[in-house]
Design a protein around this ligand. Structure first.
Ligand code: GAF
Length: 399
């Protein structure tokens, strides 16, 4: 087991056995990963830059097509089976895991992909509510499970966008495209720098002697709960006010730090700080890509610390446990840089650590965080993993 996750063969066997008990032996297996974001936080919905990597925690789905329009889905995490008709998908979010399945089915049908009924068995390795994108991994795995066995070919980019739409419309979080994109396009061994406006991306290999260590504060985050959507509204308010002075801007992506400072007085103080985070974070992603490409982990690490400070002070999406994890990391073995990752308000930090020190780093972080808070953190030592795929892998699936 790595990070508490079973070897893929065992998970495949487990799914086959469960599917066999419930639905029969004819099925295919799909999986989509969670992610960690190395840098570029709360920039995706501002048309900016992000740099996530997929991690080796997957949502797995065994699936078979049915001849009718009924979806039956069993979640082994929730030990619950839901049944609904593809002809009755509408309705508000129910705050239930089935919203993701219903949402994906509804957005694909809405986009003209006529689905068939299906039987699904879902198994997830991605920690829920930890900011590691369990939602997008479920959406993307569901999208493959509902389309591939039904013989429906959906290009990956469209698939990622429809999954984002599913979350926006059926779960109620106004998330950007980052999580669904990395779950769809991640490549093992590389981080992915994405321009969230053009949706062009670049794979940047992560040197083999580095590890992405994820420290879970064990504080559950909840971004459908309002703060996330409020930050997004703050950014939109900032763009509206700045556009009176900078005609032609469409998003904070179009604003530079000099312009922002020039028109500082046109913005309420809080809105100014929200904008300053986004504008400076976009620049940090571009700088971080150069640092990673030129073999400068120290430089990359400094940008991670600066990103965290900006998220804590300007964007106000950190919390005391995440701040503590970053502070403890800064004096732990092998560290280059640390920051909160994902939407915030709890969840995880990402730490760039020298591989040979990863075990010592993990041990020290576990000890010092527990001493300070009484909470035992979960710590995962990760390398960039592969994006969504049929399992065992079928090359033809990605287009
Ligand atoms: C969440 C969202 F789903 C992403 O789209 C992104 O905005 C992230 O928070 C913050 O960078 O994961």
């Amino acid at each position: 087991m790595i990070n508490g996750v079973l070897p893929p063969e065992s998970t495949g066997n487990l799914l086959r056995a469960r599917f066999g008990e419930m639905f029969g032996t004819d099925m295919r297996i799909f999986r989509a990963p969670g992610r960690v974001n190395l840098i570029g936080e709360h920039t995706d919905y501002n048309d900016g830059f992000v740099m996530p990597a997929a991690i080796g925690f997957y949502t797995w789905i065994a699936a078979a097509k049915r001849e009718d329009r009924i979806l039956e889905a069993y979640s082994d995490h929730f030990e619950e089976k839901i049944t609904f008709s593809l002809d009755a998908l509408d309705g508000p979010p129910r705050k239930h895991w089935s919203d993701f399945i219903r949402g994906v089915a509804a957005t694909f049908e809405g986009a003209g992909h006529k689905l068939a009924g299906a039987n699904l068995v879902i198994h997830t390795e991605v920690p829920l509510g930890a900011g590691l994108s369990s939602s997008a991994s479920l959406e993307v795995a569901t999208a493959l499970a509902l389309t591939v066995p039904a013989g429906i070919a959906v290009p990956r980019l469209e698939l990622a966008k429809l999954c984002q739409a599913a979350e926006n419309q059926y779960v109620g979080a106004r998330c950007g495209i980052m999580d669904q994109f990395i779950a769809s396009f991640g490549v093992s061994g590389s981080a992915l720098m994405l321009d969230c406006r053009s949706l062009e991306y670049q794979l940047i290999p992560v040197p083999r002697d580095l590890r992405l260590v994820v420290c879970n504060s064990m504080v559950r985050h909840e971004h459908a709960s309002g703060e996330y959507n409020r930050r997004r509204a703050d950014c939109e308010a900032g763009v509206k006010l700045l556009a009176q002075h900078l005609p032609g801007i469409r998003a904070l992506r179009d604003v530079g730090i000099a312009d922002l400072d020039k028109y500082k007085d046109a913005l309420p103080e809080t809105i100014y700080r929200r904008c300053r985070h986004v504008v400076s974070e976009n620049q940090r992603v571009l700088d971080a890509a150069k640092a990673l490409e030129s073999g400068d982990p120290d430089g990359f690490g400094r940008l991670m610390y600066a990103s965290h400070a900006s998220l804590r002070d300007d964007y106000e999406v950190s919390c005391k446990e995440l701040d503590l994890l970053v502070e403890l990391a800064s004096s732990s073995p092998g560290i280059y840089g640390a920051r909160m990752t994902g939407g915030g308000f709890g969840g995880c930090t990402v730490n760039l650590v020298r591989a040979e020190h990863a075990a010592a780093f993990e041990a020290q972080m576990a000890r010092t965080y527990q001493q300070a808070t009484g909470i035992a953190p979960n710590i995962y030592v990760c390398e960039p993993a592969q994006g969504a795929e049929a399992w065992p892998a079928e090359r033809s699936l990605r287009s």
